[in-house]
Design a protein around this ligand. Sequence first.
Ligand SMILES: [Zn+2]
Length: 412
Amino acid sequence: MARLHRGNRDLIREINRNLVLNFIKSHGPISRTDIAHLSSLSLATVSSITADFIASGLVHEMGEGESTGGRRPVLLRLNYRAGFVVGVKLMEQAVASALTDLDAHVLHHWVTPLEDQRSLAAVQEVIAAAVEATIAASQVKRQRVLGIGIGLAGVVDGEAGMCHYSPFFGWRNVQFAQPLADHFGLPVYLENDVNTLTIAEQWFGYGHGVDHFVVATVGRGIGAGIVVNGQFYRGALGGAGEFGHITLTTDGPPCGCGKRGCLETLASDPAVVRQARAAIALGEQTALVGVEPLTLEDIVAAAEAGDKLAQRLLADSGRWLGLGIATLVNILNPQLIIVGGEGVRAGEWRFGPMREAIRQHAFDSLADDLDIIIEPAGDETWARGAACVVLGELFKPPAHKGKATDLMAAMA
Ligand SMILES: [Zn+2]
């Protein structure tokens, strides 16, 4: 028999290590014998691998399990504080960052304002400073930080670390991740921001254990994250879920994307503000006259106080949003829609009419058992989701890994 090539031997060992690590993560506390049984690896292989894990601090021995007659086996569990990751949400006016342990538990959360920084280099500098501040404030050792995940609005190629289009900053086809990876000497993962919220929902939110769901976000923009068959769906170019740019009226207002009548131009927060200004200019009676700068908060407050224009505009935006979501329902047939983003503060003024429109426009019975949850998740949840992108990579089997560090190698 031909001797196994050294590269293959290393790969097999790495695959086995990953297998054992994931058994400890998902089944721990667990004995070596049970890992061997579940993984079909020999007890000697399992013992050798777990000895390395214990020496590096990645796995702890604890208590003793049920005896099956002989000596009680020692149980192993993952040491979630052996390593840490940082998740970042890049917004138009601020950078939210969160440092988590290997179980995605947030140790520290931080918000850094973005003022007039708009160039790629200036924004990267703010992100670098925000990550540094987050690590410093959480008091974990710098060498224990294993990677950084960044969520931003737009079309993103996570593999290449490229941002193909950023609607907030106007960047096109820029290398986003590499300069930060060089700065920190760590892998940096890029992901669409709605996708990071979707991952957060899938790992520890309403989407946990749900096979088919959509996270729709409304705020400055409108977007969606899609989970089909329990798998996250990105599309060929990473652009899946850009449903804020489905055309609802061909002669509608111009959109930042260059087209007209996109859902975003009718139903986003800035669209509602623009519609209010237009109505005021036409002399409509409203408490919003003279309010400057006019924000969605002002419009929601006016609606609460009984202002008819404010109520009508929020309801209109909800109906447009519902029309867009009904289209998603007809294409994807999800069990659950989670609505998030800063625009959820408009409450039932917007989401009552949205629910009605979904029921009205969804095909046949597709909306009958559809759960719709309004999720007021803050920026921290988005940043935590960006951290989960890194954690997902760290625990991935080697064959599916991109640039991810081997967890063990990183711990050494
Ligand atoms: Zn558009």
